[in-house]
Design a protein around this ligand. Structure first.
Ligand SMILES: C[S@@+](CC[C@H](N)C(=O)[O-])C[C@H]1O[C@@H](n2cnc3c(N)ncnc32)[C@H](O)[C@@H]1O
Length: 287
């Protein structure tokens, strides 16, 4: 859908238009402050990625990285997106705190991995012309520090420099199920992906990145099991383990997910959507 040889359409939003955009969720439901990080488990994330199909997201990132030569992926994870950017830009640096994921990234061609955190990126100001942070912001301790670091290392004097934040769309099916079923049992505040995108736009605007676009991608977790009961059990484990592996109420969460998943699979029998939004920020001089 996003052939790398074509330029990606931009909608030229200003920061206020991002804040008000329905893809960032209803303004009334948005929290006033960051809820704090989710715990991303090791096994939960691995099981999750084995089910995840996100070819459209990969194609979008490749298209956005066309012409970029100094790329960074913050929170590279197991490197699927890092590799896509490296393919386009020639190489890609990655910052990642988790030891096992650092090892995986370290094995990848054209990827240079730096153990570390988004809140303190180990690079001088304006080191990159492409900075990606995909599905990473919900895991940082200090959201504001992470966003300002991402903007600091991207070259706001290069009119084509590009920051891309990928997060969940307001109709993301996975986040809805977790918010509706697991969050009330966890005692935590609900997740709000749009809040993170809005906070990112506000922080980037302070650094001169005031030319925004929002682009939507479709991705989904797939459950090919023939038996509905098998699908429900697999999906309940995958979802509960994603943020709550080892949580004292994780068994209750799995049980509570089962009726919600039965209802979900009645409408979409083999997939749970992980619909994404890419916030793309560039310096204002592009106008
Ligand atoms: C959901 S995964 C996404 C990985 C990758 N960006 C992707 O989309 O495939 C989130 C990643 O962020 C990393 N992470 C967690 N806290 C972080 C922080 N403070 N700074 C940078 N990365 C962090 C996790 O270790 C994990 O690899």
């Amino acid at each position: 859908m996003w052939p790398a040889e074509l330029s990606v359409p931009t909608s030229k939003l200003d920061v206020d238009a991002v804040v008000a955009h329905p893809w960032c969720g209803s303004v009334c439901d948005r929290p006033l402050e960051y809820r704090g990080p989710h715990q991303l488990s090791r096994n939960g994330w691995t099981n999750f990625t084995e089910r995840l199909e996100r070819g459209e997201e990969i194609a979008l990132l490749r298209a956005l990285a066309v012409g970029r030569a100094h790329a960074l992926d913050v929170g590279g994870g197991t490197g699927e997106l890092t590799a896509a950017v490296a393919t386009q830009a020639g190489r890609c640096k990655a910052v990642e705190p988790h030891r096992d994921r650092v090892a995986v990234l370290g094995e990848m061609a054209a990827v240079e991995v730096h153990p570390g955190h988004a809140e303190a990126l180990p690079f001088p100001d304006r080191s990159f012309d492409f900075v990606l942070a995909a599905w990473m912001l919900p895991y940082v301790q200090d959201l504001r520090a992470a966003l300002h670091e991402i903007a600091r290392v991207c070259d706001n004097e290069d009119p084509d420099a590009t920051i891309v934040i990928v997060g969940g769309a307001s109709d993301n099916e996975l986040v809805r199920l977790l918010n509706d079923v697991c969050i009330p049992l966890s005692g935590e505040e609900p997740d709000h992906q749009g809040f993170l995108l809005v906070e990112a736009a506000r922080a980037f605007a302070e650094h001169g990145f005031t030319d925004f676009s929002l682009l939507r991608t479709e991705a989904a977790l797939h459950f090919p099991e023939t038996s509905e009961d098998d699908r429900i059990k697999s999906a309940a484990t995958t979802l509960a383990d994603f943020w709550f592996e080892g949580h004292p109420r994780s068994v209750d969460m799995r049980l509570a997910l089962e009726p919600a998943l039965r209802e979900h699979f009645a409408h979409r029998p083999h997939a749970i959507g992980d619909q994404g939004i890419a916030l793309v920020a560039r310096p204002s001089r592009r106008r």
